[in-house]
Design a binder for this molecule. Structure first.
Ligand code: ADP
Ligand code: MG
Length: 257
């Protein structure tokens, strides 16, 4: 499945760790403007695929094309700068800093220290102006996710769900086109989960594309227009949620472990 409407396409991706094959020739495409689900049993290679797409790992073979550009093997900050960002299975905020401070660091963390320095103007006045812009956008994002009342709280004191919202807010500060979310609902209570999903749909309406790794099948079935199933490092099946539910090979992969 590869068309002009694909925003992301991975072809024959491979990643090995010593003797372990984590990703074994995975190929798939994500259509622009969709919420696409990536599912599969534990160890299927979903997180490693995310890592290969976002430059955390360099794939051993295959290619990653984002928005018409081959980005295979590029640095994470280059990929983020190009408009493709991710959140992590375990949120990576700084616990000893406040929520607002974490937000202020987001562009720096995603873009990388050296690039940040190069885009940061030398004149102090301009630095202050740049910081003010970041601060305004940070507040906007915190308000959007309704965690602005926590701005001065230490990130370490947030609940699991609030941390996920902060992680997503930080990812959005870099103004991406596409977000990869690795288990965004894990550890999130049901009311916050509902809110998070509403935000994802709202962002989809604004034109963002999402690729979502999620264990909760209800979330996948109710919120993803397209579902890709990985098993043992490659794509076992893909289609609508209905197609996937009816697919015997998929059922077998889950029950067989
Ligand atoms: P999933 O996210 O689908 O649960 P992963 O991509 O995390 O799967 O893992 C796929 C396989 O690769 C597993 O067998 C896992 O143990 C292995 N693996 C993942 N990351 C590493 C690593 N950094 N070093 C060694 N093995 C790894
Ligand atoms: Mg994983």
């Amino acid at each position: 499945r590869s068309t002009d409407s694909s925003i992301l396409e991975i072809r024959e991706l491979e990643k090995h760790f010593g003797g372990i094959t984590a990703v074994d020739g995975a190929s798939f495409a994500v259509e622009r403007g969709t919420i696409t689900g990536l599912i599969g049993p534990n160890g299927a290679g979903k997180s490693t695929t995310f890592n290969c797409i976002t430059g955390v790992h360099t794939p051993d073979a295959g290619s990653v094309v984002f928005d018409g550009d081959e980005i295979t093997g590029r640095e994470p900050h280059q990929i983020a700068n190009r408009g493709l960002v991710r959140t992590f299975q375990i949120a990576r905020e700084f616990p000893e800093m406040t929520v607002l401070e974490n937000m202020m660091l987001a562009p720096k963390a995603q873009l990388g220290e050296s690039l940040w320095r190069s885009v940061m103007p030398i004149a102090r006045r301009e630095v202050v102006e740049q910081e003010a812009v970041t601060r305004d956008r940070a507040w906007e994002m915190l308000e959007f996710f309704e965690i602005d009342h926590l701005a001065h709280e230490y990130a370490g004191n947030l609940s699991g769900g609030q941390r996920k919202l902060l992680d997503l807010a930080r990812a959005l500060l870099t103004e991406p086109e596409m977000l990869l979310l690795d288990e965004p609902m894990a550890g999130v209570n049901p009311s916050l989960e509902k809110k998070l999903l509403e935000h994802v749909h709202e962002l989809q309406e604004q034109g963002y594309t999402f690729l979502l790794v999620e264990h909760d099948m209800d979330v996948i079935m109710n919120h993803c227009e397209h579902v890709i199933v990985m098993h043992q490092g490659s794509v076992l099946a893909e289609g609508t949620a209905e197609d996937i539910k009816a697919d015997e090979a998929v059922v077998e992969a889950y029950l067989g472990g």
